[in-house]
Design a protein around this ligand. Sequence first.
Ligand code: GDP
Ligand code: IMO
Ligand code: MG
Length: 429
Amino acid sequence: MQTNDNKIDVVIGLQWGDEGKGKIVDAIAGKYDLVARFQGGSNAGHTVFVGEQKIVLRTLPSGIISAPMNLIGANVVLDPVAFRDELEEVEKYVRGAKKRLVLSKEANLVLPTHKLLDKATEEKKGVGKIGTTLRGIGPTYMDKVGRLGIRSGHIFTENFKEKYDSLTSHHRMLLDSMGFAVDKELFEKNERDFFDAIEYLKTFTFVECSNFVNAQLDAGKKILAEGAQASLLDIDHGFTYPFVTSSNTIAAGVCTGLGVAPQKIGRVIGIMKAYVTRVGSGPFPTRCEPEMEAKLREWGGEFGAVTGRPRGCGWLDIVALKKAVMLSGVSELAITKLDILSECDTIKVATTYTVDGEKITHMPFETDAEKIIPNYEEFVGWKKTIRGAHSEKELPEGSKQYLAFIEQSVGVPVSIISTGPERLELIFR
Ligand code: GDP
Ligand code: IMO
Ligand code: MG
């Protein structure tokens, strides 16, 4: 029985990640009582600003600065060491962060050996590697689905160490069979660090995720669910599988990740960059040729927020964007980094692909990058800075045409325009 029609709003990325989810969540978090991460782990890097101070959040929800309560949800994979280090850093700038955080008992733990398995698997793949963040994400989700995983709530149980030893010895066997040499000294240090971080974890409030979230909804609390990674990296629907992450990054992931019913989903805010970037391996149809790519990377500062890896840069891909909008029932778009396009003489947008001589308007199953030829429409650049613009009146005509074209192409309105990295560099429509 539904007690009221209170719904959860959702923020998700619509491309290959790093769209500016952190910035947008932080900007609107003050309007919510609770901000909840529903999937992923420390593979995420969500950039926010506290005054002048830049902070990159990995496992913590981006509501940690402004929302009264934050939740790390059931389908998050929680690395205790990364979590402790991140929160200790955040607490230098955000007073009371720790008190405004609860964790799901169901979240699976990332063990030191999960990170080694991530590394070993990537090394074994060689040139075919996924280019993972090496945070142990894939191996932890594998154990979860294989029903071997250890959940956060288990840290309070008597046989936690037994569980740890059993899973770790299984991992050691796998690592041996892969011919992966473990650095004994370093591993022992990492294990000690892990158990120290477990003691730190024990000082937090843990909740049964679905009970907690549904009780908050019933009490009329306003909830925002924050996605990590993005739609094209979704484990089931990311069209460049296996070059994806290991969780459901689309809006449906909120239901499974937090334990709420589909009819409890409200606004779905899809975050898109005004162009496209991608880190790691895998097909990227609208990737620019090297000269233009280098320019976009420089103008946009396109380097991984955590790993520092250079991001591949390309033009907006409407074919991919439409799929992402469809997958999540996106109700509105937030477009970021429009200011970066002020540098361009010409701006291209892919509206269809040609594959084997045939024009298509959907993403093909066959993802041989060489085979996909994007068909572009071109826009004349507006060549006027819009950095920090706060109202639509400040936008040049060319940029308005660009926005109108996107809205018309995907059939969803742009409700937020981000014109710079800082919290207030925004236009709400
Ligand atoms: P996320 O993973 O989706 O949260 O995005 P990241 O934080 O990894 O990457 C987005 C980058 O773009 C960060 O460096 C942000 O500070 C920056 N950023 C976000 N929005 C804007 C914007 O509108 N303009 C500019 N110039 N930078 C932005
Ligand atoms: P945010 O939340 C961009 C990419 C990795 C790799 C693939 C699989 O900051 O947008 P994984 O470590 O998840 O097994 O890596 O997914 N990837 C991201 N790319 N932004 C992210 O997060 C990403 N998280 C994972 O580069 O290609
Ligand atoms: Mg990021």
